[in-house]
Design a protein around this ligand. Structure first.
Ligand SMILES: [Zn+2]
Length: 613
């Protein structure tokens, strides 16, 4: 039973964090006044943006004042959003917060409309006016933001048609996405339980069961889950084709040349860079596949199988002493303090300021996150701390995010928004510091350390072999979709072909997952496409950052901090070149980033013999 630990440890009754520097309470005059002011601000911004869209030749001062007000509006919106996301996650039964959240959604929709209006206005602004605008001192540091919006505007339709498209998406792509979510929420499958009976479990539990150390449980989750999806294959096929079809139609109307251009723009990188990364992964395929094969061997399997990708080869033994919250914080604090004192000091201060909600409680949403207000510059970390090493890793990860936000506090809100490709750099870096700290410490058993290294190995396989499968599948699917409807049979075919191509001969005869396209929710997202390569990009970039840190020691940290602090005001190529002096549009960069992974096997093997001896 997964819940045992909680039952023994009991539930806390109150939230741990202090949110009073945001608002005294959600039901308070301060909160209401803030929200009402924001609503008035949105109401005033909208006609101003629309006026500019009609008359982009307006005075530079009109432009600048609008942009400054918009920036302030966005910062305040993030303040309200961060506060509400904390409250609703920490207590799903908080009715006042839930009610306020729907008012907030309306505000966010307003913000989107205003943003769309700005893009429409920029679309028609002359080059001279734009230059004058960018030269205004009040917008210093916001140049990238304005130019990016201007570039984006080249691939938008005019405002009325964009508005119509947004309205139609409610019954179009969004509706298909909801149908898919509803279906995956309704689906169940059979799993044999320990007493010999068969239990039906919801699809939402499948991912957890696929990560079970018990082979029979994994097999049941894999086969049972796929049988359930196979029964609704035609629904998934329709949904996927409809979402992609609508997207391609819009691309055509917006003058987007290739579907990957959109994804790359969102990730702030060039197609050449993406190609460079995948070229390096391809070149390293034999070594990466050997990692997959090694993991299969650790699991006692002859070949790699999609059944086992999430399975742990080593698990933290049951009888390990629990790492209570205070001990976990000490562990993270010590690792940070010795490797990266500034991060250690930041962590200590944030603990003193009570930025963390960690105790498992009823009515808490699962998962963990770090959220930041661009208005007061403060972050909050949310998680359910379970007194094991996995929870300590999550803590280090989220502190990494908070540190990234702390460094961005030095720049204006318009310069603080970073793409998904750069979102996990600081969190993964912080995790790596912790892992090194644990491996070097005498306070942990060999089994615990092996479990930690195994997590690293598992992630290496997922990020470098499995995520590329998703990317290439999606790419080939869109290529086909441009020509017409893509039937389920073809989707299965593409899926298996890409799995075989990536894993090569280490994938077992029945190791592929032909229905992965149906079961993976990311393919059905209505807002983003290619929700895959940014993960691999971010993961490998972190590997490269940490390798530099290992090599150069603390003298690298200045460059690292410049990199994080500028992550919201450059594209990825310029950022890495300008702050780290490296060229990510060349495969050589990615080959170097992959090198530490190739050493993982040796590290784990050496470690297990050392532990045995
Ligand atoms: Zn993260």
């Amino acid at each position: 039973m997964v819940l045992d630990k909680r039952a023994v440890r009991g539930f806390a009754s109150r939230m741990d964090w202090d949110l009073t520097s945001f608002f005294p309470a959600v039901v308070s005059a301060e909160f209401r006044d803030f929200r009402e002011a924001l609503e008035r601000q949105a109401g005033a911004l909208r006609p101003r943006v629309e006026a500019l869209a009609l008359d982009p030749a307006a005075d530079v001062d009109v432009w600048v004042r609008l942009l400054l007000d918009l920036e302030d509006f966005r910062a305040r919106l993030s303040h309200l959003g961060a506060y509400l996301s904390c409250l609703t996650a920490a207590d799903t039964a908080d009715e006042a917060a839930t009610t306020e959240e729907s008012a907030f959604s309306a505000l966010r929709a307003d913000a989107e409309t205003i943003g769309e209006g700005l893009v429409a206005a920029l679309r028609r602004v002359s080059a001279d006016r734009l230059d004058a605008l960018l030269g205004d001192k009040r917008l210093e540091g916001a140049e990238f933001y304005v130019c990016e919006a201007k570039r984006l505007s080249a691939h938008r339709m005019d405002l009325p048609r964009e508005a119509l498209s947004a309205a139609l998406s409610v019954n179009g792509t969004k509706a298909w996405n909801q149908l898919y979510s509803r279906l995956s929420g309704d689906l169940t499958f059979a799993v044999p339980s320990a007493d010999g009976t068969v239990e039906r479990v919801p699809m939402a539990r499948r991912a957890n069961l696929l990560a079970s150390p018990d082979r029979a449980v994994r097999e049941a989750a894999f086969t049972g889950g796929n049988e359930a999806w196979a029964g609704y294959e035609s629904v998934c096929e329709r949904a996927l084709n409809a979402i992609a079809g609508a997207r391609l139609t819009l691309d055509r109307e917006r003058g987007v040349e290739h579907f990957l251009d959109n994804a790359c723009r969102g990730a702030r990188l060039r197609r050449e860079t993406l190609d460079a990364m995948f070229t390096a992964i391809n070149d390293a395929a034999p070594a990466l596949r050997a990692l997959g094969a090694y993991r299969a061997q650790l699991l006692g399997e002859p070949h790699v199988s999609y059944r086992d990708l999430a399975a742990p080869a080593f698990i933290e033994p049951e009888n390990e002493p629990p790492l209570e919250w205070d001990a976990g914080c000490r562990l993270v604090g010590d690792a940070f303090a010795s490797a990266y004192p500034a991060l250690g000091a930041f962590f200590r201060e944030s603990l003193e300021a009570r930025w963390y909600d960690h105790s498992p409680r009823r009515n808490k949403r699962p998962g963990g996150f770090c959220t930041t207000s661009r208005f007061n510059g403060e972050s909050r970390v949310y998680m359910s701390y379970e007194a094991d090493l996995g929870s300590v890793l999550t803590l280090a990860h989220e502190v990494g995010h908070a540190w990234h936000s702390r460094l961005l506090r030095e720049v204006r809100p318009f310069a603080s928004g970073y793409p998904m490709t750069l979102a996990e750099s600081a969190s993964t870096f912080a995790e790596m510091i912790l892992v090194e700290g644990v491996l070097e410490s005498d306070a942990f058993s060999a089994d615990r350390k092996l479990a930690l290294l195994d997590t690293d190995l598992r992630r290496a396989v997922i990020f470098t072999l499995e995520l590329p499968v998703r990317f290439y599948f999606e790419k080939r699917f869109y290529e086909d979709r441009r020509k017409g409807f893509v039937p389920a049979r073809r989707l299965r075919e593409l899926m298996v072909a890409e799995q075989k191509r990536s894993f090569g001969d280490v994938l077992g005869e029945d190791g592929a997952d032909p229905l992965f396209w149906a079961s993976k929710q990311h393919f059905y997202a209505d807002a983003v496409m290619f929700y895959n390569f940014p993960y691999t990009f971010g993961y490998l970039l972190s590997q490269s950052l940490f390798a530099r840190f290992r090599e150069e020691g603390s003298s690298f940290l200045g460059e690292y901090e410049r990199f994080l602090a500028h992550s919201g005001q450059m594209n990825c190529e310029d950022l890495v070149r300008g702050t780290l002096g490296e060229a990510i549009d060349e495969p050589a960069f990615w080959s170097r980033a992959l090198r530490p992974l190739e050493e993982l096997r040796g590290r784990l093997a050496a470690f297990s013999t050392r532990c045995a001896g």
